[in-house]
Write a protein that binds this ligand. Structure first.
Ligand code: GDG
Length: 490
């Protein structure tokens, strides 16, 4: 008989809480990035377990106590997998960020196919799998997240540990001609076939995966059609599905409705003398297309002098992977470009580009979203892109326009009412921005209200439920909410 699943266990590279050493001692900070934003409200008060790395190889003696405080507030347990500096180097910076991240974003020239990275990736995956094996039971549903941990089901099976286990890939899955460049392509595909369910952001990602699977394992058969299909491998079957991730729409919209957030948005507009605001928000990453975006603003100002003095472009860039040289160089490139554009166009009382390199508190970010007239989201490639959805959720006036890259996963859902652009086409983006600048209120409202309806309906809870339904015929509500929590670290 199938076990009755009682607990949801999330496993990801990083915990939602990161330990950081500051001048006055260690602090626990809420983690950033899309994965944590999406999953934190889902597990909240579900009494489940989140397994991951705490972000430091040299944890303080009171690590447990620090995490226990976070845990009791969040309503789920946290369990750290300790990693050495050398493991972090090879598995995280190396294999995950110098091979899989660029390759899966179609940027294979940035890949460094070092076999040491691969071996460390396997070692660390084994280490995670040992923790999962020890700290979970057959009554748990194990949900593995993202490209750092693709080998979890493989290692659990090789240890003879039986678990109900699903995997979700937050980044794109590349087409066969790109994936086939990976020296360990066969082993990676095979590892993914060991899950009971593998989820992707879009149907296209799933198709790409099927294309690779059929090339490397021609004997497999795909059965069914629609969002979720079955792979028949002869001796066993597993499922593949497209589950576009989303946001807690109400949480963002409610925050935008708060008077103090409205006040902040107003102050921002006032400080910019009610010029139109074009907004970009990203982790500082080369996949997000930030230099290309700034160049398109330069093109906009060169080609359309009617906008001179009438708009501001605000770029919020959140520090990310700061230790990596490529990211340092990207930061320098962006800062130089901002300087160039401002040098070329600013005049007394008007500096066209405002650039912020820091993490904003959520209320402030929402105030920026709410104040922006145009959300400019132009990644070169992106699994989904939650910023696009957050911008719409916070645009409570429904006067805004979403200008969106056709290579963001979000485009598959939002294409009808977003203004789609090619992020490499600076003339095209400039033209789109110029047109969007002059859209009348009724046109903006018509599109924005439809975008918001779609995101409100297909929100983060819808995403979790569709994954859990496909994986174990359950919904999030089947994992009962806990009233009072006071967890200690296991
Ligand atoms: C990966 C995939 C996929 C940004 N600046 C601030 C801030 N943020 C938050 C945003 C948003 C998150 O960071 C970024 O999420 P994205 O989805 O845009 O991008 P990734 O981090 O690359 O996420 C992506 C996602 O996973 C989920 O599956 O969509 O394709 O690459 O939530 O709000 N948050 C705060 N201050 C900031 O200054 N508080």
């Amino acid at each position: 008989m199938e076990p009755e699943l009682r607990r949801l266990v999330v496993v990801s590279n990083r915990l939602p809480a990161a330990l950081k050493k500051e001048d006055d001692g260690w602090r626990v900070k809420a983690g950033g990035g899309g994965l944590v934003t999406a999953l934190a409200p889902v597990l909240k008060n579900r009494g489940g377990l989140w397994i991951g790395w705490s972000g430091t190889s040299d944890p303080p003696a009171d690590e447990d106590a620090l995490l226990a405080d976070f845990s009791s507030e969040a309503g789920y347990e946290l369990l750290t997998v300790p990693l050495t500096e050398q493991e972090v180097e090879g598995y995280y910076y190396g294999f995950s960020n110098e091979i899989i991240w660029p390759l899966f974003h179609d940027l294979q020239t940035r890949c460094k196919f070092d076999p040491v990275f691969w071996r460390t990736y396997l070692d660390v995956n084994f280490k995670f799998a040992e923790v999962v094996a020890r700290k979970t039971t057959q009554d748990d549903y194990i949900w593995i997240h993202d490209y750092h941990l693709m080998h979890q089901a493989f290692f659990l099976k090789s240890m003879g540990v039986k678990r109900n286990i699903g995997f979700f890939l937050h980044i794109p899955f590349p087409p066969p001609d790109i994936f086939m460049k990976l020296p360990w392509r066969g082993k990676l595909i095979q590892a993914l076939t060991e899950y009971d369910l593998v989820g992707f952001q879009t149907i296209q990602d799933r198709k790409n995966f099927v294309g690779c699977l059929q090339k490397l394992m021609p004997e497999v058969r795909i059965e069914g059609r629609g969002a979720v299909v079955t792979v028949n491998m002869g001796t066993r079957k597993f499922r593949l599905g497209a589950f576009p991730i989303s946001i807690d729409f109400n949480q963002f919209a409610d925050m935008a409705h708060r008077p103090e957030v409205g006040q902040k948005a107003f102050e921002l507009k006032e400080a910019l003398r009610h010029r139109k605001i074009i907004l970009g928000v990203d982790r500082l990453d080369y996949t997000k297309g930030i230099p290309e975006r700034i160049r398109s603003i330069q093109t906009l100002l060169r080609r359309y002098p009617d906008l001179s003095g009438r708009m501001n472009f605000i770029q919020i860039a959140v520090p990310s992977r700061e230790e990596v040289d490529e990211y340092k160089e990207l930061r320098t490139e962006i800062e130089q470009l901002v300087g160039h554009v401002n040098g070329e166009f600013s005049c007394p009382g008007w500096v066209p580009v405002h650039y912020h390199y820091r993490n904003f508190p959520p209320e402030e970010l929402v105030a920026y979203y709410a104040a922006a007239d145009i959300g400019l989201v132009t990644p070169l490639r992106d699994g989904m892109n939650l910023v696009a959805k957050e911008y719409c959720a916070c645009n409570i006036s429904e006067n805004g326009v979403l200008v969106l890259s056709e290579f963001a996963g979000a485009a598959a859902q939002l294409q009808k009412d977003a203004y789609l652009v090619n992020p490499y086409d600076m003339d095209g983006i400039a033209k789109a921005l110029h047109r969007a600048f002059y859209w009348d209120k009724a046109t903006c409202r018509d599109h924005m209200s439809k975008l918001r309806d779609q995101i409100r309906k297909n929100n983060i809870y819808w995403w979790v439920d569709s994954f859990l339904q496909a994986g174990i015929s359950k919904s999030l509500g089947d994992f009962p909410e806990v009233d009072t929590v006071n967890f200690a670290r296991i």
